[in-house]
Design a protein around this ligand. Structure first.
Ligand SMILES: *Cc1c(COP(=O)(O)O)cnc(C)c1O
Length: 499
């Protein structure tokens, strides 16, 4: 399989190059140059397979310059029952008739980004080896909380890599901070920045863009890379769990093999739902992809009108991992639905860059609206849905998953569609415990309680154990104490790598 840029400037690259480069030199995103299809027979064969076996079978055609043995090694290192607490890796929970939750939060940081970030480091280091790169890979991340922790867990102790995460000192929750400063692993570093998230992000960008500093580090045997969500190596492992969920439903005789289902995906950067779209393109029987957004509903407007307009108010919501106004991965969808028309994609992306908006033609809009249905939920609706879902099914969902459920209810009300539906559960309720306890017991139940008391309360109410990753976090030794001013980030990197 070869890879090309959505903007037409590069083609014919092996997947190892696409993963290594992350973003194409023309500013576009890498996409496979030919379709991959999975026929009914192959689906049936995978029904009895484990998550790991399914992953190897589905990833191999996309990563054909890697040997099956290399892919198997990456998959085995990423998806261990020890790290995910269950051999199912991404189990499907049946809530009611025709309603299922695909639990993507069993990984080490209790959210779905582990599904990709446990895999990417192994693929990236093998890609580097294949390309004859000898330098040690240094991953730099600016985080507002969750991605940084997921990247730390993914890269920890992966040979040939180092990871340095910058977080805004006052911009993350108590639990998020403790998760990061207690991070283990011989190759991890966590640095507090005296500033906000934008300062940390700008600092990382400036380091990436500093040619002299990159050169200095290259001479010392280091090269920078990013674990960015637009990297193909992060997207491709997400295709696997949509197949896996479908196969589980077939195996459990919840559906007939071949019968279509809907997927509901709580969406921010359009990565997770794009993976579902690719699964559908590969032949997975999917009727509708239901995009669920919070008050930052830029994608809902796009799917309804064909107009993308990022110039709008930015809301801080109770589902913070979906607080996004520029959904980078949408570019890959546009490339696909226009029949790979790189000229049109370039034109729209130039409009977005210059004016903060673009509008697609009627045929492109119709192609999008044919597959996707979209709506959003407010914070009030999100909290009400957590309570209702617990009352109806005895099942506790986090705020992001609740956005999915709320939008699914709107979908059923609007369409009457009774097709079996799988909602992607993107985070453990324990990860957003304050909002979840508030939804279940009212705001007074939360007042004056520490995050750790809230974990205990939630465990008692839901009957679910506190995830190992969050338990006793306050008793673990602090391993990272470095704090720098926002103009001191480059020096911190130099000190961590060279001195
Ligand atoms: C990142 C994230 C999302 C959004 O996923 P995208 O791929 O960016 O659309 C949803 N829920 C949770 C919990 C997340 O961490």
């Amino acid at each position: 399989m070869q890879y090309e840029s959505t903007r037409g400037g590069v083609r014919g690259l092996p997947s190892a190059e696409a993963v290594w480069q992350g973003i194409a030199p023309d500013g576009g995103l890498f996409v496979p140059s030919a379709p991959v299809t999975v026929d009914r027979g192959a689906l049936k064969t995978l029904m009895a397979a484990s998550y790991r076996e399914r992953a190897v079978a589905l990833l191999t055609p996309f990563l054909s310059d890697f040997s099956p043995e290399e892919i198997r090694e990456c998959v085995s290192a990423a998806y261990t029952p020890a790290k995910f607490g269950t051999p199912a890796i991404a189990p499907v929970h049946k809530a009611g008739k025709g309603l299922y939750f695909l639990e993507l939060w069993h990984g080490p940081t209790c959210a779905f980004k582990d599904m990709a970030l446990q895999f990417l480091p192994h693929l990236l280091t093998r890609a580097a080896k294949k390309l004859g790169r000898r330098e040690e890979i240094v991953i730099l991340v600016a985080t507002s909380g969750d991605t940084g922790k997921a990247a730390l867990e993914g890269f920890r102790d992966v040979p040939g890599t180092r990871i340095i995460v910058f977080y805004p000192e006052e911009g993350v929750s108590e639990i998020q901070k403790l998760q990061m400063v207690t991070q283990e692993g011989g190759n991890t570093a966590v640095v507090a920045v005296r500033g906000n998230f934008d300062d940390a992000q700008a600092g990382v960008k400036a380091i990436f863009g500093n040619k002299a500093f990159r050169e200095e580090l290259r001479n010392r045997g280091y090269t920078f890379s990013s674990a960015n969500s637009i990297n193909w190596g992060r997207l491709v492992p997400q295709i696997v769990y949509y197949f896996s969920a479908y196969l589980d439903l077939c195996r459990e005789k919840e559906i007939r093999c071949g019968e279509p289902v809907n997927f509901v995906v709580p969406t921010g950067n359009f990565g997770n739902i794009l993976a579902a779209y690719y699964a559908r393109q590969m032949g997975l029987p999917v009727r509708r992809l239901i995009l669920a957004a919070n008050a930052n509903n830029v994608l809902v407007d796009f799917i309804r009108s064909g107009r993308y307009d990022r110039k709008r108010h930015f809301y801080k919501t109770l589902s913070p991992s979906m607080d996004i106004l520029v959904s980078s991965n949408l570019e890959r969808l546009l490339y696909d639905v226009t029949g790979r028309d790189t000229a049109r994609v370039r034109h729209w992306m130039a409009d977005l860059q210059a004016r903060g908006r673009y509008e697609v033609d009627a045929a492109t809009h119709a192609a999008v609206a044919d597959v996707f249905w979209a709506d959003f939920a407010t914070d009030e609706e999100t909290l009400a849905t957590i309570k209702e879902t617990f009352a109806a099914f005895g099942y506790v969902v986090d705020t992001h998953t609740a956005v999915g459920k709320a939008v699914y209810d709107k979908y059923v009300a609007a369409t009457g569609d009774g097709t079996g539906t799988v909602i992607a559960a993107t985070a453990s309720p324990f990860k957003f415990n304050a909002s979840v306890v508030r939804a279940l017991c009212g705001p007074e139940a939360v007042t004056g309680k520490s995050e750790f008391e809230l974990l205990e309360m939630l465990s008692a109410m839901s009957g679910m154990p506190i995830p190992a990753a969050l338990r006793h976090l306050d008793r673990r030794p602090v391993r990272h104490r470095l704090a720098v001013a926002k103009d001191g980030m480059l020096d911190a990197v130099r000190r961590l790598l060279i001195d």
